[in-house]
Design a protein around this ligand. Structure first.
Ligand code: CDP
Ligand code: MG
Length: 695
């Protein structure tokens, strides 16, 4: 390892002493204490990506790009199969052109004359970037032939023929029309991701197709696509055969860390700079990490390190890519970088299959992913960092071999990989089903008899019924029939608990406040905490602080933002994220529109924060925790031990007896994020059914 990057002359970690990094890096005892993870040579390691066909020369026009895609050669075959079969399963390597090209083939073959072509994506970032790309390929603007619809944003018009949308949006549309009459063809993309919404959609589109056939209505063509699906399982569910697209990927040398790494982020950093010194400058690097926070922290660290050490002619450009990233930023990593510059992209699993970044020749895989899971016994959703599956590991390494032969560094040992799950578990088997069950009920579907590709566990369904009963969305957990208020909740593109907050708000006289608060909670973090300016940021944020806690603090920020005349300057001065606040403003407008459509009266409680706090209890009653003698909190339902998250305004202050929180995050401890003090007497008043567990 070249010492200039890693080790100071005093033997301490150069990283720790130069940069205020979030992660604690222990001082090193000896010079070589920090070393690059030792990777095993790739001799016996053969990735499945070894079919080296033509070298993919740098292409200079979009048109040439398209024709060079593997899917282009299969155009006739695909169209023939679509004509002959109403349902088609297509499996092809990531980057082969499935998502961007197949809809265009269908359009050109005339399939959009009787309806539109819809393509679902598990994530909004993919739906948006891909729609923009396809619009560009067709030399049109978003909203003309091609558009996208994601939660709180619809760019489609009556001219739109190809519509990229998230699976959640299509599911919501099905509530309005179970036969999905608007669509001539639906492509359910990234089928291997097996999100709950996608799993439900498999059943919905299958049924819509059958019903339309039965009633002699125009056909619904269904195409299921993925890079890595279990074709037998899908094939037997849809009763069709699969089609494989010939791949065009290059060999990837896969290397594993020789020893287990305690700190995968640090291991990735060291590996990156090793690559930077030894690999040709035009070999771009993709690093897989788990989420926004660590991606932004590492990106900053890399930029600073590169700046300090950049004495040669070469430079690095660091890009980040994750679901919550602002739209404009999402597209940046696709742009070419100047000569003599290395592109470094830090991404979550979104870059595994949904999005292909050109130029990547090296992949660093940390081996982890963030996964939301639900514990029916505690009733809580928990965001956990878990090991990826073996299938994901191979997808990640494959990203290095798209343009030319590549390398993949895994910061975990070969041995440990044998313990990874073979494939990721479908989300429906581990997720909170409250929202899904309500949507199914609104569709008139009984969850227990629905034709699922893999039925959810009974325990999860029961937990959802119980939650819906408590929210008043169904009559009772034993006879789950939807109530009128449940129908109203299903109108909102929100978790039923948040929809409930809006439905209760008029009673508490705080509709205006609740619209703002729910909108602000739907957006990502509005606070910016620059590591190098954290004191200034804290000072600026203190102005908005409410002694009641984070919800009212957030409300203060949003309300002031709404009033400010120069939002750009104001946000900059106050260390606030203008994109997220603008997003919240759009969300608020839409929620207000739905609320007035369903006939909720608008009122405001002014400074009466108790009204807001009581109202919060009507939806988030499962998220209450009580202070214990020992100083920690215990959640009321589920009895889980937890602490207030350090980002809370109540952190480190006096500890209220009773708090309400937005979510629980599990790292080394259970942390309660976004916390507000409440009064224990209110629980009985607002949620009488909770009475029995208070004592
Ligand atoms: O869906 P699949 O993984 O098979 O491929 P795709 O998403 O259709 O991507 C086909 C090609 O378009 C890839 O080589 C991408 O690099 C390129 N593309 C791009 O350059 N910019 C985008 N915004 C999207 C795709
Ligand atoms: Mg794709």
């Amino acid at each position: 390892m070249d010492s200039k990057y890693m080790i100071n002359s005093n033997g301490n970690s150069g990283l720790a002493s130069v940069f205020p990094v979030k992660r604690k890096i222990e001082p090193m005892k000896e010079q070589n204490a920090i070393k690059k993870p030792n990777y095993t040579p790739p001799k016996q390691q053969q990735s499945p990506y070894k079919n080296n066909v033509l070298a993919n020369n740098k292409r200079n026009s979009i048109d040439q790009d398209r024709k060079a895609l593997p899917v282009y050669n299969c155009r006739q075959r695909i169209l023939k199969e679509v004509e002959a079969n109403d349902t088609l399963l297509i499996m092809g390597e990531t980057g082969s052109g499935k998502t961007t090209q197949i809809p265009q083939f269908l359009l050109q073959a005339g399939y959009a004359s009787n309806g539109i072509i819809g393509i679902t994506q598990p994530r909004r970032v993919a739906a948006i970037t891909i729609a923009k790309r396809v619009a560009q390929e067709l030399s049109s603007n978003i909203g003309d032939t091609v558009g996208y619809t994601v939660r709180f944003e619809d760019t489609t018009t009556e001219r739109t023929r190809i519509r990229y949308l998230t699976d959640g949006i299509l599911l919501r549309e099905a509530i309005g029309d179970r036969l999905l009459r608007k669509y001539a063809a639906i492509m359910l993309d990234e089928a291997h991701e097996r999100t709950v919404n996608a799993d439900v959609l498999f059943g919905i589109v299958k049924e819509a197709q059958q019903e339309r056939r039965k009633h002699k209505m125009p056909k619904l063509k269904i195409i299921i696509t993925s890079a890595t699906m279990d074709i037998d399982h899908f094939g037997s569910y849809f009763n069709v055969k699969g089609m494989y697209l010939e791949g065009r990927t290059h060999p990837v040398r896969v290397m594993h860390a020789k020893e287990p790494q305690d700190d995968y982020i640090h291991a990735a950093l060291v590996t990156l700079f090793d690559i930077h010194r030894h690999e040709p400058i035009n070999h771009d690097v993709l690093i897989f990490l788990t989420g926004q926070e660590e991606i932004e922290a590492l990106a900053q660290q890399i930029r600073q390190l590169a700046r300090i050490n950049n004495s040669g002619p070469s430079d690095v450009r660091v890009f980040t890519l994750y679901a919550q990233l602002a739209q404009g930023k999402q597209l940046e990593c696709f742009l070419p970088v100047p000569a003599n510059t290395r592109k470094i992209v830090l991404a979550t699993n979104i870059a595994e299959t949904s999005i292909t970044i050109p130029g990547i020749r090296c992949v660093i895989d940390c081996g982890y992913v963030k996964e939301k899971s639900f514990n029916p016994s505690s009733g809580l959703d928990i965001l956990k960092t878990v090991r990826i599956s073996q299938a994901q590991a191979w997808q990640r390494s494959g990203r290095a071999g798209r343009d030319a032969p590549g390398k993949c560094y895994r910061t975990y040992t070969k041995n440990s990989m044998e313990f990874f799950r073979v494939a990721a578990q479908p989300e429906i088997l581990r997720a909170n089903l409250t929202s899904t069950v309500l949507q199914l009920l609104a569709l008139g579907i009984d969850c227990t008899s629905f034709d699922f590709i893999d039925p959810p566990q009974q325990e999860g369904v029961q937990a959802a019924y119980k939650a819906l009963e408590q929210l008043g969305a169904i009559k009772s957990a034993t006879v789950p029939s939807i109530t009128s208020s449940g129908r109203l909740m299903a109108q909102y593109p929100l978790d039923p608990r948040y929809a409930k907050l809006l439905l209760s708000a008029p009673t508490f006289g705080c509709m205006e406040e609740m619209l703002s608060l729910v909108a602000a909670l739907s957006s990502d973090n509005v606070f910016i905490g620059h590591a190098d300016k954290s004191e200034l940021a804290a000072l600026a944020h203190a102005k908005f602080q409410s002694k009641h806690g984070d919800h009212l603090t957030l409300l203060n920020v949003f309300t002031t933002f709404q009033k400010t005349e120069k939002p750009k300057i104001w946000c900059h001065d106050n260390f606030l994220n203008i994109r997220n606040l603008t997003y919240a403003r759009n969300v608020r407008n839409q929620l207000a529109e739905i609320s007035s459509r369903v006939g909720l009266v608008s009122n405001s409680c002014g400074d009466n924060s108790d009204a807001v706090k009581k109202c919060l209890l009507t939806g988030l009653f499962d998220n209450i925790a009580m202070l214990q003698k020992e100083g920690h909190y215990l959640t009321l339902s589920g009895r889980v031990k937890a602490k207030i998250h350090p980002s809370s305004v109540l952190h480190g202050k006096y500890k209220p007896q009773c708090i309400l929180f937005t979510e629980m995050v599990k790292t080394e401890h259970n942390f309660l994020r976004q916390v507000t003090e409440i009064s224990i007497e209110w629980i009985e008043e607002v949620v009488p059914s909770m009475k029995y567990i208070i004592k």
